[in-house]
Design a protein around this ligand. Structure first.
Ligand SMILES: [Fe+2]
Length: 294
């Protein structure tokens, strides 16, 4: 048994994994508030908002449809996709885009037919390129305030900490946030970033990977409540949304997920890594107790 406050209140909501939702440990997601202890989390909001207002942030998302990671029947929700836009550019416009790259090598017309662009692709996009795609070609980037405290190039390397560190700017502007993150029960951290959505933007529904293996281990922190993340059970018009509650949570990012639009800025901090074995055991016991308490 778990205390009633933990079973039903913050830090202990139990929603079983069902339908198309694979979930984590038999639950659609785990609200980690009751396990982690969130003292000091809310205070990070002051530091994060002040830092984001001073640092050069980037965009992310914007190619979920061309990456084929959206649920069938909901592809239109992504609006204009940069993968499709870049593929259809005239040669002249392609050269304009290439001229805005941080690293011009690879953007030659001769290499275009073999090129791929953006997230998880050979040619990453610079901030200038993303802005031009937005302004000139109406590309929709769901996350317009993206900041990497611990950068990571490839998705498949996000859990491994070897050779990675918090950037100097992150250490300077996010000292309390980094201290909080370092107290989380990871044996190594491979990626830490802030994902912010501007007012009225929605996070297009997508999944971060495919397959039935063990879910990737990460913690999402919400220093400020109100970011409305949901999981999608099924696809098409009958799909059901499962709202994710809590200020710190873990879900299976191979499940389809998205963020509802709201008329104000929202963000969360995502920390990827490898959980400490003892924390994994605690999670198992906690998930079991939540399921039994239902
Ligand atoms: Fe995602």
């Amino acid at each position: 048994m778990v205390p009633r406050a933990m079973a039903e209140g913050e830090g202990g909501r139990a929603v079983p994994a069902k339908g198309a939702i694979r979930g984590v440990m038999g639950l659609a997601y785990i609200d980690l508030g009751g396990l982690l202890g969130l003292d000091g989390l809310e205070a990070l909001d002051d530091e994060i908002c002040l830092a984001l207002s001073q640092l050069p942030t980037g965009y992310t998302g914007g190619s979920h449809r061309s990456m084929l990671i959206m649920p069938p029947g909901r592809e239109a929700e992504a609006w204009v996709d940069y993968g499709e836009v870049i593929a259809g550019l005239s040669d002249a416009d392609y050269l304009t885009l290439g001229g805005l790259a941080d690293e011009p090598r690879g953007w030659e017309l001769a290499a275009r037919a073999e090129s791929t662009w953006g997230e998880e692709r050979a040619l990453g996009l610079s901030r200038r390129q993303m802005l031009w795609l937005e302004y000139k070609h109406r590309v929709y980037f769901p996350w317009k305030v993206f900041y990497e405290l611990m950068p990571n190039r490839w998705w498949g390397e996000k859990s491994r900490g070897e050779g990675k560190r918090f950037t100097r700017n992150a250490e300077r502007f996010f000292a309390k946030t980094i201290a909080f993150v370092k107290r989380l029960p990871f044996q190594e951290i491979g990626r830490c970033n802030i994902m912010g959505l501007q007012s009225f933007d929605h996070g297009t529904v997508h999944r971060d990977g495919e397959g039935d293996g063990a879910p990737d281990e990460f913690v999402t922190l919400c220093p400020r409540p109100g970011k409305r993340l949901y999981l999608l059970d099924g696809h098409g018009p009958t799909a059901q949304k499962v709202a994710v509650a809590g200020r710190a949570y873990w879900f299976n990012d191979h499940d389809y997920h998205g963020v509802e639009a709201d008329p104000w800025f929202r963000y969360s901090v995502r920390v990827d890594g490898v959980f400490e074995p003892s924390f994994r055991d605690k999670l198992e016991a906690y998930a079991t107790s939540l399921k039994e308490a239902r």
